[in-house]
Design a protein around this ligand. Structure first.
Ligand code: NAD
Length: 374
């Protein structure tokens, strides 16, 4: 086992000291101790995973759980966003009931962001709540989805419409799981790292550019360092505003997601979440320029790092014809609406976010205008 990096997220709702995010090769070996701490009388562990992740890494996880004298109650779902439904959530809860999971037991989400979101919501609901340890296996889930305690399923009308806050007992980030992650999924996760860098850290942005492409050749140690930096940035934001109540706190993490989610929905989820967020980040840079907040050079900086990381930046395709109308309709369903306006996160510069309140048409007009002359 290499050195473990530990980041404590001091959210009081998750216990007096909050919860730890533990990062490092082999850190999954700590799973039993985190389960015992969260659920001292546990006999069983409800494990949610997806078919792909479980085929690659399930046996190793089960061995760790069994060796600790805990009985796994496993539920494996089809991979992908299509599983983030009420029906699949119900299937997980049914499996936990059938497996005899008790209120004193605990759960593990072992997979990407879909499994993390679903598993977290299942743990939140099961017998009014059992503790969960998040074991994120995709880069996106490692750097973003697993850390903040937001859990949800999708609704036909919009993504993540039905959800809750369920702060994990612990998050275990083992970079060895990334060895089996397809390259486009790795790139998708990198989009969330770019988001954290644009919001909070020019240094992190430089590091991402320096080490791109993250795909084939990245040294595991380098990738682990970038993951740890990203998690630390997100954790600090979550800790300052766990329930997204501050006017410029956790809401900032929606940078790139207003338009990103709309494009993801308009593509019928054919476009990966991270790839859609990349387009949303380009949109944010363009809008920031059109609003007179940011210098034109911001657009070039954003597109350069995204391109280097293998992410899409061709926003034009989503700003014309029927696709534009689908994006417009999806924006109309955005959860961050307040009256006719949407909360939109813009940038004055890298590391200098700005919260705006804008109507859907104003957003789309500004994004279209923001590219002029750049
Ligand atoms: N809760 C939050 O704060 C938050 C934040 C960001 C994203 N999300 C959610 O996360 C989801 C996207 O996450 P994602 O990109 O991880 O999606 P995902 O869970 O669908 O995983 C992507 C694909 O990678 C595969 N995979 C995962 N780990 C693997 C591994 N180690 N080896 C091989 N294959 C592996 C999965 O089987 C899947 O096919 C979206 O639903 C999004 O809404 C939530």
């Amino acid at each position: 086992m290499t050195a473990i990096v530990s980041i404590q997220v001091p959210v009081p709702q998750a216990g007096p000291r909050g919860y730890p995010v533990r990062l490092g090769s082999g850190v999954v070996a700590e799973l039993p101790s985190h389960l015992r701490r969260a659920a001292p009388r546990a006999r069983r562990v409800g494990i949610l995973s997806d078919e792909t992740v479980f085929a690659h890494h399930g046996d190793a996880l089960l061995a760790i759980v069994r060796d600790a004298g805990l009985e796994p109650v496993v539920h494996v779902i089809p991979p992908g966003e299509a599983s983030k439904t009420a029906a699949v959530l119900g299937g997980c809860l049914d499996a936990w009931v059938a497996g005899g999971l008790a209120r004193s037991d605990a759960a593990v989400a072992f997979g990407g962001g879909v499994v993390g979101d679903l598993g977290g919501l299942a743990a939140h609901l099961y017998m009014r709540g059992i503790p969960i340890v998040q074991c994120p296996t995709s880069l996106l889930a490692q750097v973003d989805a697993s850390t903040g305690g937001k859990v949800a399923i999708d609704h036909g009308a919009a993504k993540n419409l039905i959800g809750a806050f369920e702060f994990p007992a612990a998050v275990l980030v083992d970079p060895r799981w990334l060895a089996t992650l397809p390259a486009h999924e790795l790139a998708g996760g990198a989009a969330e790292m770019v988001k954290h860098a644009l919001l909070f850290s020019p240094e992190h942005l430089d590091a991402l550019l320096r080490h791109a492409p993250l795909v084939a050749d990245t040294e595991p140690e380098v990738l682990a360092g970038l993951v740890a930096s990203s998690v630390a940035l997100k954790a600090a934001c979550v800790a300052a505003d766990p329930f997204e109540r501050a006017p410029a706190g956790r809401v900032l993490l929606n940078l790139g997601h207003t338009v990103g989610h709309a494009i993801e929905a308009a593509s019928d989820y054919a476009l990966g979440h991270g790839q859609a967020v990349a387009l949303g980040l380009v949109a944010a840079a363009r809008l920031s320029r059109a609003q007179g907040l940011a210098a034109p050079a911001l657009i070039g900086r954003v597109t350069a790092v995204l391109t280097a990381l293998g992410l899409p930046t061709d926003l034009e395709a989503w700003l014309v014809g029927p696709r534009l109308e689908r994006v417009r309709a999806a924006l109309g369903h955005d959860k961050k609406r307040s009256g006719d306006a949407l909360t939109y996160i813009a940038l004055r510069d890298v590391g200098a976010p700005q919260v705006l309140s804008l109507g859907v048409d104003a957003i789309l007009t500004a994004i279209a205008a923001g590219d002029a002359g750049s």
